[in-house]
Design a protein around this ligand. Sequence first.
Ligand SMILES: Nc1ncnc2c1ncn2[C@@H]1O[C@H](COP(=O)(O)OP(=O)(O)O)[C@@H](O)[C@H]1O
Ligand SMILES: [Mg+2]
Length: 494
Amino acid sequence: MASAAKSRWADTEEDAAFEAKRRKEKEEKKRLKAAERVRKEAAAKEEAAKKAAAEAAAAAEAQARADEEGDNNDDRPPKRRKLTPERGNTDGSKEGEKTTSTEGNILRLGGGALPEPCQSVERYDKLNDIEEGAYGWVARARDRRTGEVVALKRLKLDATDRSGVPVTGLREIQLLKDCSHRNVVELREVVVGDRRPVDNILLVLEFVEHDLKSILEDMPQPFLASEVKTLLRQLAAGVAYLHSHWILHRDLKTSNLLLNNRGQLKIADFGMARYYSDDDSTNGGGGAHLTPLVVTLWYRAPELLLGARRYGRAVDMWSVGCIFGELLTREPLLQGKNEADELARIFDLCGVPTDTTWPGFRRLPNARALRLPPSSSSQPTLTTAASIRARFPLLTSAGCQLLSSLLSLDPEKRPTADEMLDHEYFRQDPRAKQEALFPTFPSKAGQERRRKRNTPNAPQRGAAVADLGSVDFAGIFGGREKEERGAGFSLRMV
Ligand SMILES: Nc1ncnc2c1ncn2[C@@H]1O[C@H](COP(=O)(O)OP(=O)(O)O)[C@@H](O)[C@H]1O
Ligand SMILES: [Mg+2]
């Protein structure tokens, strides 16, 4: 040992002993200093994690209040809620609630507190990016402790306001934490990065090899009828689970449906989701006013496009119908360029609404701007079922019946997810393919960086609700008078 070596300054044994002792003390001091540095670093990290968790807890409180009030209660675009906690109540606890100073910093969410303060992202080694968009970032990573591969998803922040955790991100954590179903992606834990932690909250999700959008884009042949059934049955089972737990997803689309190499489908991306009550969907009910600015345009139900502020499970079932159509053809079913165009495409496929096919639709905010043919019009309208049959000639009649019921203009007429699971379509041949026999695909997410997609996203929270009034629809069905359907519609300026 170095300390045992005789110093060249030591003349005597005594000097040597003294010198050795001095060196030992010096080394001990150094060791203690290093230990203190490590301790301080760890404490700083823990503090940062607690701070992020505290912000999240305070925001969860704000969300609970917001949820009681509804998404927004008037027609103005909602103000972004600042979710950074007030000084003096940094633990986010309710007044009068008994907390110790550290306990109060733990993320406190509807389904119970997280078991411990957030861990650091340093527990994971990044393997590759999966998706990198303007705000979102998802990567594949390996857990250093277990070697397990996971997906890390960074919570989105509002690009213009980076002062707090957005309510949508908190809902995403809260709802995913409350869910446990084989057809819903599993949230393992929430971790914080070492930069400014509030910018860097990451969800650790089970890694799933594919999303359906990527598979549909790349597959040379469409899915077989039996494969479509397997996927739809799992989608319906996942949605039935969410709805039975009072969760509306509000952004079902193929890029939010993951598929693993064992043929299992998992619903993901709860950034638009929220809890709801039955009252929220009935006009007479005392429920909250919800924002109609949800669901990516191509999957958005007509009642949302018409500005409904009370809606329910049927908005997800409309999206399920759109996904059904997309699974059959590999192309999104209703690719509107804007809200008015989306509505035009819906009416083109499903016919224009009448007081019989959709009682009460005229009371919806944007319906006042619709100029529809008089109900006494002698022009025959093609029923949704007939136009679905024309568009999907290879689909069985039970399949057509299910798809056209999912695409009922009147939300009341759409089947629930449970009713869908009971539908004859799933009992008829060809039966759903066993998941284990499902074809496998090369996993882009597992190997390479994704290209950025050019498909629309869910609407931005706080954006203005579309005003359909300034668009002239008169020409949309121009020159199509001879078609069997014949029923044009237009919007008048408001
Ligand atoms: N758990 C996961 N495993 C593998 N890939 C995932 C996972 N979660 C998301 N992805 C991929 O990242 C994409 C974006 O994730 P998503 O949760 O939909 O976030 P965003 O809110 O940005 O749309 C998905 O379309 C999918 O391709
Ligand atoms: Mg998504």
